[in-house]
Design a binder for this molecule. Structure first.
Ligand code: SAM
Ligand code: SF4
Length: 335
């Protein structure tokens, strides 16, 4: 039997987030600069390499795989990869195959995703106002995303909406978003802005809307019951007593989740980041590419990387400066 992946702080690594591309058909203001330079194709793991990489992690005990990006559904041939991963769902080695998407291509792919065994998707949506949507995503169009969400629900996928809390931008939509999600039976999670990558002229501190403030505002209208549910990540959940809705809060800047962290992140070039908030990474592409047909060196590199997983991260927004600013973009490590 293969030894499971356990880090030096006794955390079992059971969750892999995989960025399959750094490209995207949107340019969200908190995520990318408008003029992004993307990686040359040869730097990316091929779909076959992604398969080998993920299959190795699954053999080492990873039971949950989340596919992200960039926008994962703009990667050419990505459905081939989902189809390939479904064999691990069939065998029972993989418990869950999921996806984080901006929703733009969901109308096209929802049925196929369901057919490969995907049952839940996270769709990022920060506003229900068409004009604001265009401003936030620069290149995105709201109706297309709404059609994608409808298609996903029709296909049988459970949809969770991820909303980045943006001061002065979607503050006034808090209750509309909550009501809209309740009406459509969508889960909803708010995310605090993280200091990831250069985003051009935008300022993080202008965008930053503390989730403790958002939560307090929600509490003015609803009775919030804390839920014990933990996912091994930064999400915390409450139930709104009046509607029965579950609302999540992702505050990656707090340290209160690091001790239960069960995840690592693989970039589209095969770098493994052991912590979203640290620069340390391990190159897994070289051991993979240099040893076709032999996964032992890759396995050894994965184990060596997990042995370096840090205890926690260094983000800090205190005192109006962004300490611990990360040089890489969220689209690189995949959020
Ligand atoms: N393109 C897909 C999407 O938008 O869902 C997947 C990749 S995106 C990088 C994953 C998530 O990260 C999205 O929910 C997005 O809103 C969030 N995100 C991007 N940049 C962020 C930042 N600086 N702070 C907080 N969340 C961010
Ligand atoms: Fe693209 Fe997602 Fe980043 Fe927006 S948040 S630019 S959709 S990768």
């Amino acid at each position: 039997m293969t030894e499971p992946l356990v880090d030096p702080f006794h955390r079992a690594i059971s969750y892999l987030r995989v960025s399959v591309t750094d490209r995207c058909d949107f340019r969200c203001v908190y995520c990318m600069a408008e003029n992004m330079t993307f990686l040359p194709k040869k730097e990316l793991l091929t779909l076959e390499e992604l398969d080998r990489m993920c299959s190795t992690f699954i053999r080492l005990g990873v039971g949950k795989l989340r596919i992200t990006g960039g926008e994962p559904l703009v990667r050419k041939g990505i459905m081939t990869f989902f189809e390939a991963m479904s064999r691990h769902l069939d065998s029972g080695a993989l418990r869950e195959l999921t996806l984080t998407t901006n929703g733009s291509q969901l109308e096209r792919f929802a049925d196929q995703l369901y057919a490969t065994g995907v049952r839940r998707v996270n769709v990022s949506l920060d506003t229900l106002n068409e004009q604001k949507f265009s401003e936030i995503t620069r290149w995105g169009r709201l109706p297309q995303v709404l059609r994608g969400i409808d298609a996903a629900q029709r296909a049988g996928l459970r949809v969770k909406i991820n909303t980045v809390a943006l001061r002065g931008v979607n503050e006034d939509e808090l209750f509309d978003l909550v009501a809209w999600c309740a009406e459509r039976d969508l889960d909803l999670t708010f995310i605090e802005v993280m200091p990831m990558g250069d985003i051009g002229n935008e300022s993080r501190l202008d965008q930053y809307w503390k989730l403790t403030d958002l939560r307090a505002r929600l509490g003015e209208r609803f009775t919030l019951a804390d839920l014990a549910e933990r996912t091994g990540g930064p999400a915390r959940y409450v139930r709104l007593e009046e509607t029965g809705q579950k609302i999540g809060f992702i505050t990656p800047l707090s340290h209160n989740f690091c001790e239960s962290c069960n995840r690592v992140r693989l970039t589209c070039t095969g770098e493994l980041y052991m912590c979203l908030g640290q620069e340390d990474m391990a190159d897994l592409r070289a051991p993979l590419r240099n040893n076709p047909g032999d996964d032992a060196p890759l396995e050894a590199a994965i184990r060596a990387a997990i042995a370096l997983k840090p205890k926690g991260h260094d983000f800090d927004y205190s005192r109006q400066t962004v300490a611990g600013q990360m040089t890489r973009h969220m689209s690189h490590t995949g959020g």
